[in-house]
Ligand binder design. Sequence first.
Ligand code: IFM
Length: 440
Amino acid sequence: MANGKFPPGFLWGSSSAAYQIEGGAGEGGRGPSIWDRHCRIAGKTPNGETGDVAADHFHRWAEDIGLMTEIGLQAYRFSVAWPRVMPRGRGAVNPEGLDFYERLVDGLLAAGIEPWLCLYHWDLPLALNDLGGWANRDSAGWFADYVTVVARRLGDRVRHFATFNEQSVSTIFGYAYGGNAPMVADYPTYLKAVHHQNLAHGAAVDVVRAHVPGASIGVVHNRQPCHPETDTAENRAATATFSTHWNEVFPDPQVLGHYPAAVAGDFEPYVQAGDLARICRPLDWFGLNHYGPMFIRAEPNPLKCGFGANPPEDPPHPDVGWAIYPQAFRQELHDTADRYRLPIYVTENGCGNWEETVAADGRVVDKHRLSFLAAYTDAMAQAIADGVDVRGYFVWSLMDCFEWGSGYGNRFGVIYVDYADQQRRILKESAKWYAGLIRG
Ligand code: IFM
């Protein structure tokens, strides 16, 4: 077991995201986001699910902080919904939205839990999408204005800021292959969205530094090793291209100051003089989200080929829906540390399951998650013993929530949410195990 193998001061937390847990979509002056519209398009979620109510955290945040205390969490990463703070994305600020986050932050601090605030987790205000969304170069300025509002209001209490969560996921799904909001499938539009999100990241770092003395600033990226599904020349080429986009087109310019050589030419038409210096701003940490390796099968859209291919052998836990390879996590921690040379916080790691139920004795026995977390935290302990500078771990996710295109069927929480029974919360066996790990 990993217990006892972590350095003093190692931080244990959990992560969530606004659209996935808050609900209260039409309340408190919040404006619509691209996901509110997306969920209303027939077939985009299995049963027409939306984030309108989600886990009702908008109303139950105090109870949820109580559960975090029960688990013993030391930190909690949440995201601020841009459309709750600025309902149309720019211009008028919604004081009620800011009040909500202030109450949440104050509640966390009172409970001794460090708030880690992520400024963007995919819920772009719909009004900005109508202006081209991230494909509009002005988006970097819109984002900087929104970040200024958040930093001014919460910067006296929040020290840890992440600019973005998983930019490659939101831009590949949203602009390159069209599976998720805002459903664009166009390579040049995708390239623009990537570059403008990079500019927005750099601008946000500057804004937070200017308004929050002593801030600790990072960015959260999803990095997974990519392998050809079968060893053919087409699959090898597809793997190299996909991996560059999934793993590198954001962190390379943000941390190393250049786009990866293999695709730099594609970005050239959109990069203006001085842009890379605007993007590459000093960071305090790298947030790594890791789940498992990806297997690639060549197909005409090079950015769609990471989805649908099978691992070469059966995953040890087929019910999880993806392969479980803790040693790939250990390797990814090494690779990320070697490439970006920043202290690492694992800002997401965990597994989903479609089959979870409450047993007759009232417990939720999520054995598969427990073994997943034990194996992955062990692999992380090994990486630390190898010398990798990993400073904290945030399990994904605090509670069951809206899992984007999978709706509510795929549960990721260490806390069970009984949507049918008044949103009752139950600590799963994995939460109890995690509490023990933290205590240890
Ligand atoms: O639920 C998502 C989260 O929003 C981003 N990272 C992966 C999680 C599980 O799919």
